[in-house]
Design a protein around this ligand. Structure first.
Ligand SMILES: Cc1cc2nc3c(=O)[nH]c(=O)nc-3n(C[C@H](O)[C@H](O)[C@H](O)COP(=O)(O)O)c2cc1C
Length: 301
């Protein structure tokens, strides 16, 4: 039997494959299709302090090898998460990670303080959200803003704090170091890449919001490069994601330096993807006589 177990920030994962925020709801939608107990962990969609209505439609568009979305982190808020989703998740033996979003530092802190009293295992801070008091610039694109939001979140958090980085920056190593310096226990990357699509018949952007986040296999080489750079820049462990479709992709992210790998858009293409990836990684270890999955983390030099 191969060892697929990973200890990540003191939390035991039965395997390194988890869901990516916003692509798996809180698991309910997938419950009748796959055995949720097989997953290493579930990262639930972004949760904010109050309900967010999201952006106007159309807010999803297909592209070559991927999709654009401008859903805008629509969610019913942290109180609804605690009363409806947390009791559902409690039944499953998987690591539970809540993706936290906010328009201000106070909003992030409020969500974390409320979740401290639940059975959630870890927080993932989505710093791609627009900072309202700084004119809408995303927290994750400026080292000072990253430092401020991460240190406030870390102070509030009674569980390990993962900071999810935006790829829409010039130097990911600098942002990774700022997050680590402010107290991040781990990093995850990448979030979606800012993109745009224009309908040449209507001569208008396809998305009502004009721009959106690009995800899926088309972003994978960008993601692998950024995971490689970020994991070299920091000492804390890293979760890799961006376009993972099959077990080969997951192995690639681990060789680039990721200790865990998240599956996102692939779950829209085939809801069984994540389970196939877990089985595929296990088969890869067996065929290549690798006893412990930890032996492939960061081997690509
Ligand atoms: C429809 C949709 C909703 C998403 N919602 C969130 C979210 O709530 N919080 C977050 O941090 N990332 C969110 N993401 C980003 C994904 O978690 C992931 O970082 C990104 O899609 C890259 O991975 P992928 O190519 O495997 O999908 C969302 C992505 C999609 C496609």
């Amino acid at each position: 039997m191969n060892n697929m177990k990973i200890n990540f920030c003191g939390i035991n994962f039965k395997n390194p494959i988890i869901t990516a925020a916003g692509t798996f709801g809180s698991g309910k939608e997938f419950d009748s299709l796959i055995d949720l107990n097989k997953l290493g962990g579930i990262t639930v969609k972004g949760v904010s302090s109050k309900a967010w209505g999201g952006n106007p439609v159309p807010r999803v568009a297909e592209t070559y090898g991927g999709m654009l979305n401008s859903v805008g982190l629509q969610n019913p808020g942290v109180d609804a998460f605690i009363s409806e989703d947390a009791p559902f998740l409690k039944k499953y033996n998987v690591v539970k990670i809540v993706n936290v979003c906010g328009h201000s530092i106070e909003e992030y802190v409020e969500v974390i303080q409320k979740l401290n009293h639940t059975e959630v295992d870890m927080y993932e801070l989505n710093i791609s959200c627009p900072n309202v008091s700084e004119g809408g610039i995303a927290f994750g694109t400026d080292t000072k803003l990253v430092g401020n939001v991460v240190s406030a979140a870390k102070k509030a958090a009674q569980k390990p704090l993962i900071v999810k980085l935006s790829p829409n920056v010039t130097d990911i190593s600098e942002i990774a170091k700022a997050a680590e310096g402010a107290g991040a226990d781990a990093l995850s990357l990448i979030n979606t890449v800012l993109g745009m699509k224009i309908d040449i018949k209507t001569r208008k952007p396809v998305l009502a919001n004009k721009t959106g986040g690009l995800s899926g296999p088309c972003i994978k080489p960008i993601a692998v490069r950024m995971v490689y750079e970020a994991s070299k820049a920091v000492k804390v462990p890293v979760i890799g994601m961006g376009g993972v479709l099959n077990f080969e992709d997951a192995v690639e992210f681990m060789m680039a330096g990721a200790s865990l790998v998240a599956v996102g858009t692939a779950s829209f293409i085939n809801p069984l993807s994540i389970v196939n990836i877990i089985d595929g990684v296990n088969g890869y270890l067996y065929e290549n006589k690798i006893n412990d999955i930890k032996n492939i983390i960061g081997v690509a030099e």
